[in-house]
Write a protein that binds this ligand. Sequence first.
Ligand code: HAM
Length: 420
Amino acid sequence: MIKAVTGTKDVLPSEIKNWYYVESLVKEIFTNFNYREIRTPIFEETSLFGRGIGEETDIVSKEMYTFVDRGNTSLTLKPEMTAAVVRAFIEHSLGAQQSINKLFYISQMFRQERPQAGRLRQFHQFGAEAIGSVSPFIDAEIIVIAYDILSKLGLKDLTVKINSLGTPAIREKYKTELKNYLSDKSDLLSQESKVRLEKNILRLFDSKSENDIAVMSNAPLLIDFLDEESLLHFNSVKVALVENSVPFEVDPKLVRGLDYYTHTAFEIISGKVGSQSALCGGGRYDNLIEELGGKPTPGVGFAAGIERILLAMENENVITKNYDVIDFYLIRIESDLESKAFELATLLRRNNYLVEMDYSNRSVKAQMREANRLNAKFTLWVGGDEYKDDSVMVKNMSGGEQSKISLKNFSSEIKKILEK
Ligand code: HAM
């Protein structure tokens, strides 16, 4: 039997309401903050991600689904949206139309990571990119939105962690300091960190190995190297978060796995999902647009993993059980009345009622069982004496009251019954 590919997951009809719930809340909150949706293709030219995310990052060096198409172009299934949104922003000159573009998305992403709870190879993110302003209030707005969405979904065990990564020049100076500090300690580091020492030194702070954590506990911190402008920006973001009731912790070791960040970086962590605890992450990227060939334009954004959020909701018991209910189940008493039942079902459906009927020529008893299984509010009985009288019978399944309604005035009489 062919099964779904490792690290991918079917969303079955029994789970779909949870997805609709998350997606509709996400859309509502983004809309209130005046973000508009952008959709970009599922694949891009491979070089976009190398240039955008950084060649030495894990995502680009190890995790991309890259293939050469029949035209000999190297393409990659998008591992994240920021580079793709920036590509579209530049390509369509969105910056020329308005000074700030506030964009949001909900889309699949692809990363060939080792699958585990909360970590998939095809997963879904919602997120936003606000392109065009250096204001620290836009950083704060992005964090407020991320926090509000997660809180409104009912999640409580949340920690917002923020840090400032300064400017690239500051980071280079800092990296030299960090290298000096680690120069006589590399023997103590894990194999993975030894490689990162050469290629992506900041990520040493992300290691889960106890030895690495011990070595890094006394390492110099980037936050102590920030210039005045970076500190002022960071401070304004923190004040805005306090004023807008977003609790947060400054985590000077928060570095993020993508290279494009400048100044603010943040993550929101759940205490309820195990080791893959980041529900969302983001930050400012003031040089990315220029690096991808656009005019120098600042930006800030975040993305959140929907599968992880659903897992957190399940573990915090905030997924309310879905009791699916239908408005009408049509019970056809005589088997030759199937076409009449279908006609009435269509009429009701066209009037926006959720309606089901039997298509398997089942007995009246079996149809009643089905009406109960589907939690029908009403059953509509087609046949019997009423039908000879050009009428049908409607039964309220909770109260048991029955009403005979004439087929001549079917729509208006149904309405009256429902209004009772
Ligand atoms: P990221 O931290 O790589 O950032 O991903 C954001 C979120 O996507 C994570 O916090 C996590 O919830 C989810 N996620 C990532 N990888 C997986 C996976 N393999 N399986 C399940 N969920 C996953 C970005 O992607 C940046 N583009 C965010 C951003 C937007 N920064 C600025 N603007």
